[in-house]
Design a protein around this ligand. Structure first.
Ligand SMILES: [Cu+2]
Length: 360
């Protein structure tokens, strides 16, 4: 059964890259108009001209998405996810197996040993202090043994280290928006890609380079690999949930509230998730697509969306502040130009007032 699964996965791996390379130009051309439409607004604001969009990667068939016929947890790509998976597949699963087997064995033994045929006069025992202490204490100890590593894991999941990138994730009925407040405030609107048969001729539809059916989106959230990415999660309307199984991430998106979680994805790739809170008619059609890329590619992607790396923005703000301080110091040293400015302003105002009745 497992061999068959591997065979299917290998076959899929062999097929998809070819399909992906065939589809790649379609993906880049469709992304390009978005970049050009963003240009005028930014060109006037801070003179950042968006660069051409990056080539989005094709997903790896067995990573970051559900695989038909597979069992268990998706391959984890964060250290925390690996830790949680190891905890689940190791101690927790074994404990379940051992407890279930023990209880079943006890039940079978009791049924056999104390059946009416072999035991015509039943015992009238009602209490046994030693056994009662044991069957209370042992489950308590087991629960404590589970609780300690569980709470440690939860603490690690919800106490983010200093973030390299912060992304505000907003759930909407029924799509996601991703804002990058520290990277020039750019916003990505991400909608599910429909199948070819469901769109008008000429409209963009899902290809294998975008991802599996119902999981592919027109715009991906792009994050730098190997960096701490903090998600601030909220909603515009009803409760949604931001969930990416390969990151071991699932957190509610509540209207009017901010939830926080974080990931550090070491392995570049494309990872798929879905809204995981029943949020209305199209709840099943608001997928999440996250692409982790090397930092240079991330910076190129930011530029293509009209954004900038945080370090560049901070450096520019510092330079602007220094220039402003220098200008202020220069103005303080020579007060004369300030007086002429106010004189010009005063002479201009009556002229403007005089012009107004003339047009009447
Ligand atoms: Cu939702």
């Amino acid at each position: 059964m497992k061999l068959l699964g591997w065979a299917v996965a290998l076959a899929a791996m062999g097929l998809t890259p070819a399909a992906a390379s065939a589809q790649a130009p379609a993906a880049t051309t469709s992304a390009a108009p978005a970049a050009t439409t963003a240009a005028p607004a930014d060109a006037t604001a801070n003179a950042v001209v968006p660069a051409p969009s990056i080539d989005y990667a094709a997903p790896t068939p067995d990573v970051g998405m559900p695989v038909p016929g597979s069992k268990g947890i998706q391959t984890q790509v964060t250290a925390l996810g690996e830790r949680a998976e190891a905890f689940h597949n190791g101690p927790l699963l074994w404990l379940c197996v051992i407890i279930s087997a023990f209880v079943l064995a006890l039940l079978l033994y009791t049924i056999f040993r104390y059946r009416r045929g072999a035991n015509p006069t039943p015992s009238r025992t009602t209490h046994n202090t030693a056994i009662e202490v044991v069957w209370t204490l042992v489950p308590v100890l087991i629960l404590v043994a589970i609780a300690i590593p569980s709470i440690r894991l939860i603490k690690a999941q919800y106490s983010p280290p200093p973030a390299d990138v912060t992304i505000k994730v907003i759930g909407n009925q029924w799509y996601w928006t991703y804002q990058y407040p520290d990277n020039g405030g750019i916003e990505i609107v991400s909608n599910m890609l429909k199948e070819q048969k469901d769109v008008k001729p000429g409209d963009r539809y899902r290809t294998d380079a975008d991802g599996p059916p119902l999981l592919a989106a027109d715009e991906r959230m792009v994050i730098p690999a190997g960096k701490v990415v903090k998600f601030i999660v909220t909603s515009n309307d009803v409760i949604h949930a931001f969930a990416v199984p390969a990151f071991w991430t699932k957190i509610d998106a509540n209207p009017g509230r901010l939830n926080e979680t974080w990931v550090k994805v070491d392995r570049p790739g494309v990872y798929f998730g879905q809204c995981s809170e029943l949020c209305g008619a199209r709840h099943g059609f608001m997928p999440i697509v996250v692409e982790a890329v090397p930092e240079a590619t991330f910076n190129a992607w930011l530029a293509s969306k009209g954004g900038q790396p945080r370090a560049a923005i901070e450096a520019k703000a510092k330079a602007d502040a220094a220039a402003a301080a220098a200008a202020k110091a220069a103005a303080a040293a020579a007060p004369a130009p300030a007086e002429t400015n106010t004189a010009v302003a005063a002479t201009e105002t009556p002229a403007a007032n005089a012009a107004a009745p003339a047009t009447n």
